[in-house]
Design a protein. Structure first.
Length: 345
């Protein structure tokens, strides 16, 4: 993720300057710093906070380090951009939000799907009730992690990652659907452990049912062990008078394995553009509040703008608490075999 964020610093030097790099692996830090044209290199996070004249930190570290690093940065008066997931427990998440609010710093979670132009366009359509009241949503998140990462990578370890597919991959689509629909009040879920590569309680299959405050029902499926799949990340939104769904990327290397969305609605039927027989049309992209079409660049520049203007980020830490409650509610449901009210999480 650090290299995905790097493009923002290289492309927009007039908005933000990367001044120091920190990694516990010194060689990795030096390599990144050379690419980023940065001289200051650290292997100790606390020393960087103490020595460098910086306004903010961009944290792209192992999940079990997020709480300590976020709170340390906040107490040092630094704004925080943090890669998802926020932390490995809901209490840790609450502690992080409390610490950043106490320090008065901007705290944003890098929920990258919100920063796609297609996501902004879909949100606008939802706000304008293009497809009416939303009855149901579906989200899939599917990868074969063993083809992407070394088999001893920390993301296979539930102790380091906080879990498996749910907290590392499905969290993206859950957060995006929350962005579109609103908060979730009740969940049920089932997590399965099939591949021996996943250890310490990291699930490689998960399925969940969500009930939103609006009455909308949702179905979430995720896997990190499926051998072949026609798409990686995909969502469908079913309204009273229309449907929206995302396509796979047009190219094999799309922005975060998700393509642009398409629409069919009664309003478009009138003009003959769509019909109930299955005709859909592409949704025009909306970059009004974004820097461009790359969501990783967009989220970094949005964070910078929020730090400078004191605006609430689109994906603030406070907002993201409700995404994390969904995640930990599903884990709790899988363990107890019961529906979980998120007020109890």
């Amino acid at each position: 993720m650090a290299y995905a964020h790097l493009q923002a610093y290289l492309k927009f030097p007039e908005k933000v300057q990367l001044t120091a790099v920190c990694d516990i692996r010194e060689e990795a830090a030096k390599t990144y710093a050379k690419t980023a044209h940065v001289r200051s290199v650290y292997t100790n996070f606390e020393q960087m906070l103490k020595n460098e004249d910086i306004d903010a930190v961009d944290i792209c570290t192992i999940h079990d380090q997020h709480k300590y690093q976020t709170i340390s940065a906040a107490e040092a008066g630094k704004h925080v951009l943090l890669e998802k997931p926020m932390a490995c427990s809901i209490q840790n998440c609450r502690d992080m939000v409390k610490a950043t609010e106490k320090s008065g710093v901007t705290y944003m979670i890098a929920q990258v799907l919100r920063y796609l132009p297609s996501s902004q366009a879909v949100l606008s359509l939802m706000e304008n009730e293009e497809i009416g009241a939303i009855n149901a949503v579906r989200g899939d998140s599917i990868l074969k992690q063993s083809l992407i990462l070394p088999h001893d990578h920390w993301m296979f370890d539930g102790n380091r990652a906080g879990g498996g597919v749910l907290i590392t991959l499905s969290i993206h689509i859950i957060d995006l659907l929350r962005y579109f629909i609103g908060d979730v009040k009740k969940v049920s879920g089932l997590c399965k452990f099939n591949s021996p590569l996943f250890i310490n309680g990291a699930e490689d299959f998960s399925s969940a049912t969500l009930e939103f405050n609006t009455g909308t029902i949702g179905n979430i499926f995720g896997s990190l062990s499926v051998g072949r799949t026609p798409w990686n990340i995909r969502y469908m939104i079913f309204g009273d008078s229309g449907t929206i769904y995302s396509n796979p990327p047009a190219r094999k290397k799309g922005h975060y394995q998700i393509g642009n969305a398409v629409l069919s609605s009664k309003k478009l039927d009138i003009s003959g553009k769509t019909s109930q027989k299955g005709e859909f049309i592409p949704i025009n992209q909306d970059s009004t509040i974004l820097a461009g079409d790359n969501p990783f660049i967009n989220e970094v520049i949005h964070f910078v703008d929020c730090c400078q203007t004191d605006k609430e980020p689109i994906s603030s830490g406070k907002d993201n608490l409700n995404t994390m409650k969904v995640i930990f509610g599903i884990y709790k449901s899988s363990k107890t075999n019961k529906f979980v009210n998120l007020d109890d999480v």
